[in-house]
Design a protein around this ligand. Structure first.
Ligand SMILES: *Cc1c(COP(=O)(O)O)cnc(C)c1O
Length: 393
């Protein structure tokens, strides 16, 4: 819901300017430079139907509008639609489909998305196929007359596989299928999927966009007016809207997105290189390595290689993995990612515990697999923290 005037200026802005200025105007009533938190459920009308464009806060809220405009600009889109969580945003996209429709996605998809497709929308007649999407012939093999949506996530979690967004969108277009890219792991600073032909881009803003581990939030961005209208309708009709305080926190986080993500990328590169030469480490999964199978694609579609690094230990056991994790200090043992502070996690016993072991092993997720969300601390301290944890076992 951006005005024509701001639209013109947004198009001319570079990314580091957009994060701070796109959709953000001083509050007309006070001049406040920060977007006010419009903590209200309703708006007074002069006479029935005579109002300033705001009637009820599920439908519209000025703090949310500012964020929606800002997010649309960051993703080089035209419409931003915000939700109360990444999963609520995903839920809204699934509601574009109808019973009997089929979805093709990756076999190392975010667990919550897999659960939503199978356990919730499965009951309403949607069907998901989950294949190794790094090879698009696997996707093509699942496409049939009922296929409506290609759901792409790249880099993937926790194996950091890279999917070719342009090639996947070309394939989908050939078959008249909608594409949605979950861009949570990259953030729009690193990757803007709409530029590669995606119809929709989705975020768990809980992660890099918010960036401070203090809010749960989700968003979808598109250039397609028809899809945007349907999503605004679902946003209001189903009502999984974010509160104004949460929108404010995401807006505030976004102002430093480029600085935070770049620092995370720089730190992750140092840590990946440190891990690769460590005698106790077996494999390091990091798309910035030239021998990573997705490196060339990542170079094409990403500005840098991200702040996530996964690795396995030579002593490939659950016990060895948990020992390393229990002995770090700056890397806090927790789920989630994308905050200023570094996190360490053990997917086999945490986020991916519900996946049967043979399936885990088949995608390379062996027992000692550790995932790092590298924050913006000093890289020397982070390396020293890992060095100490390795020394302790
Ligand atoms: C966290 C996450 C989600 C879900 O978002 P919430 O904000 O937790 O609901 C979806 N996709 C990816 C890749 C995620 O990391």
């Amino acid at each position: 819901m951006r005005t024509h005037e701001s639209q013109i200026t947004i198009i001319d802005m570079k990314f580091a300017t957009k994060v701070i200025h796109a959709g953000i105007e001083p509050d007309p009533s006070s001049g406040a430079i920060m977007t006010p938190i419009f903590q209200t459920s309703t708006y007074v009308q002069k006479s029935p139907g005579e109002h300033n464009g705001y009637e009820y806060a599920r439908t519209q809220n000025p703090t949310r509008d500012a964020l929606q405009t800002n997010l649309a600009a960051l993703e080089n889109g035209d419409y931003g639609i915000c939700f109360s969580s990444g999963m609520a945003a995903t839920d809204a996209v699934m509601k574009l489909l109808k019973s009997g429709d089929e979805i093709v996605s990756t076999n190392d998809l975010y667990g919550g998305t897999y659960r939503l497709i199978n356990k919730v929308f499965g009951q309403f007649g949607l069907k998901g196929h989950f294949v190794a999407m790094t090879d698009l012939s696997n996707v093509e093999a699942k496409i049939n007359a009922n296929t409506r949506l290609l759901w792409i996530e790249t880099p993937t979690n926790p194996m950091l596989n890279i999917i070719d967004i342009q090639a996947a969108c070309d394939l989908a277009k050939k078959h008249g299928i909608l594409t949605c890219v979950d861009n949570t792991f990259a953030s729009p600073y690193l990757q803007t999927p709409l530029d590669f032909g995606a119809d929709l881009v989705l975020h768990s803003a809980t992660k890099y966009l918010g960036g401070h581990s203090d809010v749960v939030h989700g968003a979808v961005v598109t250039r397609n007016k028809e899809l945007a209208d349907k999503l605004y309708f679902i946003q209001n009709a189903a009502g999984a809207v974010p509160g104004p305080q949460d929108c404010f926190l995401i807006l505030r986080g976004i102002k430093t997105l480029h600085l935070r993500v770049q620092r995370s990328c720089d730190n992750a590169r140092i840590i990946a290189e440190y891990l690769r030469q460590h005698p106790k480490v077996n494999r390091v999964f990091y798309p910035g390595f030239e021998d990573h199978p997705g490196h060339e694609i990542a170079k094409r579609q990403m500005r840098d290689f991200g702040g996530m690094v996964s690795f396995t230990l030579k002593e490939d056991t659950l016990e060895a993995g948990s020992k390393v994790m229990s002995n770090t200090h700056f890397f806090s043992l927790a789920e989630s990612l994308g905050g200023v502070e570094s996190l360490i996690g053990h997917p086999p016993t945490m986020t991916h515990a519900s996946i049967p072991r043979p399936e885990r092993l088949a995608v390379g997720m062996t027992d000692s697999l550790i995932r790092l969300s590298v924050g913006v601390e000093d890289a020397d301290d982070l390396v020293a923290d890992l060095e100490k944890a390795f020394g302790d076992f």
